[in-house]
Write a protein that binds this ligand. Structure first.
Ligand SMILES: Nc1ncnc2c1ncn2[C@@H]1O[C@H](COP(=O)(O)OP(=O)(O)OP(=O)(O)O)[C@@H](O)[C@H]1O
Length: 237
């Protein structure tokens, strides 16, 4: 059974439709990249999966259970951690406080501590700066904090990352993707949205190219590089 199964998904804001029939299947342990130009629905798809868009239609199942129409916090408790674009960290709180907010759903201090240990093992910089105020972090450190906060929920079965490379220097992007690879090596299932196709192509098992609320191409990264039309149309080569 797939961990995530989205069928014929339609969603949007107000009366406008942004997603026009998306099918997406993610097996346990896979790393899936959703790529494509800005403004074509990648973020909207992640929001629909997380329960943030009330008028979503079609079907969405997590581990075989329908999550369509459930409240976002309920979906989060079922194991979906959504790290939104733009590092929505609490700037006036310390790193530790930000992480503990992410662990609100943990039912015991021991569970929160266990998650904290995992996050600090993944991002040692966050442990070194645990008492530092979040507004003083570099862009890369803020990104780590955003991902760390998502992971604090515990029992994360599906990690959904919206543009983890956005606005970062290449060397910092490498660090973020090294952490993503590390998480994946633990068996975590991950969906990454990126405008920067080359970034995620080196890490993903499969890619979906989104345009106009549809997937216009799906396949393994090597096939994408062999497909001249895709390269000319979407990669600007
Ligand atoms: N809160 C909102 N209300 C109304 N329209 C929105 C809202 N958020 C996004 N949109 C519109 O939905 C469309 C798809 O946006 P979406 O953010 O999903 O695209 P994207 O492919 O993820 O690009 P980006 O990386 O720029 O976010 C765009 O036309 C955008 O203007």
């Amino acid at each position: 059974m797939p961990l995530l199964e989205v069928k014929d998904c339609h969603a949007g804001y107000g009366t406008g439709s942004i997603l026009n029939g998306i099918d997406l299947t993610v097996a346990k342990g896979e790393l899936i990249g959703i790529v494509g130009p800005n403004g074509h629905g990648k973020t909207t798809l992640l929001r629909a999966i997380s329960g943030l868009l009330p008028r979503t239609q079609g079907s969405i199942a997590l581990n075989g259970r329908s999550i369509l129409g459930l409240a976002p916090e309920k979906i989060a408790r079922m194991g979906l951690a959504h790290v939104p674009q733009g590092d929505l960290v609490y700037k006036n709180m310390t790193i530790l406080e930000n992480l503990l907010v992410g662990g609100y759903a943990n039912r015991s201090d021991a569970r929160s501590q266990a998650q904290l240990d995992k996050v600090f093992a993944l991002f040692p910089k966050l442990e070194q700066r645990a008492e530092q105020i979040a507004s003083s972090l570099s862009g890369g450190e803020r990104r780590m904090l955003g991902i760390g906060r998502g992971l604090m929920m515990g029992d994360c079965r599906l990690l959904v990352l919206d543009e983890p490379s956005l606005g970062l220097a290449p060397v910092v992007i490498d660090q973020i993707y090294a952490a993503i690879d590390e998480l994946r090596a633990t068996g975590m299932t991950i969906v990454v949205v990126e405008e920067n196709i080359a970034r995620v192509a080196n890490h993903a098992d499969r890619l979906h190219l989104m345009d106009g609320g549809h997937f216009v191409w799906s396949g393994v990264p090597a096939e994408m590089h062999e497909n001249r039309k895709i390269i000319d149309t979407y990669l600007g080569a």
